[in-house]
Ligand binder design. Structure first.
Ligand SMILES: Nc1nc2c(ncn2[C@@H]2O[C@H](COP(=O)(O)OP(=O)(O)O)[C@@H](O)[C@H]2O)c(=O)[nH]1
Ligand SMILES: [Mg+2]
Length: 247
């Protein structure tokens, strides 16, 4: 067997390497922290820790810049990044996209948090703008549901219930029950910070940068791009309308 056929035979066994994302489809890459509850429980404020979420925002920013995407959304320990239909990162190779996104997220968060953490990554495909809007509404609804549940769970724990008692008490309970439980304990869910209830969005914005030209001693202005971190996202129908600017 010559070297070339040996080379080819070995390459053929990189079986999934030729998988490409559907041309012309919208792409969302979602990374999720692996077993984050294991270390967040002892190291961070519960149910929400501002510092932890600032590190998630920095990780989302790294993904938005490096890949590069048009919109990123983070809630809990996950980040979704949206890419347009003509996005051509590594020729839309699935293996490259999931491995590089997981690497960027893991490296950034490890650096920020100061201990080893990792993320998994997956790809979601949308064939039109409505599906993309549905996707982000879905993740936002998950954020709201988890925030309500998390606040109830940790309020119960602080009242002395064990993990299994609190879980059992919340099992299959309605939203109204959970809101009322919090209210009885001095927490108005709707008054909690917006970022906890709706998640955080990141997107590019243009701004005017002023400079000084020492040669002709004049002020010059240039248009630049930077990432805006939006901790005050709208919700439900308004969020769907807000998403239209990226689609
Ligand atoms: N203490 C704390 N934990 C958080 C915060 N945000 C997310 N988490 C944790 O991240 C977990 C995310 O859920 P999931 O991905 O299903 O859990 P995993 O499999 O352990 O990563 C939550 O259950 C929380 O334990 C936060 O602000 N504070
Ligand atoms: Mg996780």
């Amino acid at each position: 067997m010559d070297n070339q056929s040996f080379e080819n035979r070995m390459r053929e066994l990189e079986y999934f390497h030729n998988l490409r994302l559907l041309p012309g489809a919208w792409v969302v890459v979602r990374v999720d922290g692996r077993s984050f509850s294991r270390f967040t429980e002892s190291r961070f404020e519960k149910p929400f820790d501002l510092q932890f979420h600032q590190m998630m925002v920095q990780t989302a920013q790294a993904l938005l810049e490096e890949m590069p995407g048009v919109y990123a959304y983070t809630e809990s320990d996950e980040i979704s990044v949206l890419f347009p239909p003509d996005w051509d990162f590594f020729g839309r190779s699935l293996e490259k996209i999931v491995s590089i996104s997981a690497s960027i997220a893991s490296a950034t968060m490890t650096h920020k948090i100061g201990s080893f953490v990792c993320f998994d990554s997956r790809v979601w495909l949308g064939v039109n703008a409505v599906q993309v809007t549905d996707y982000f509404s879905w993740r936002q609804a998950d954020a709201t549901r988890c925030a309500l549940n998390g606040w109830c769970y940790w309020t119960m724990r602080k009242l002395g219930l064990t993990a299994s008692q609190a879980t059992a008490k919340l099992d299959r309970q309605s939203e109204a029950f959970k809101n009322e439980f919090l209210f009885q304990n001095g927490i108005n869910f709707n008054d909690l910070p917006t970022w906890q209830r709706r998640g955080i969005g990141l997107y590019w914005e243009n701004y005017i940068k002023e400079g000084y030209n020492p040669i002709n001693q004049q002020t010059v202005t240039t248009q630049r791009r930077r990432i805006k971190v939006d901790r005050d996202l709208p919700m439900k129908e308004e969020y769907r309308e807000f998403m239209a600017q990226f689609l």
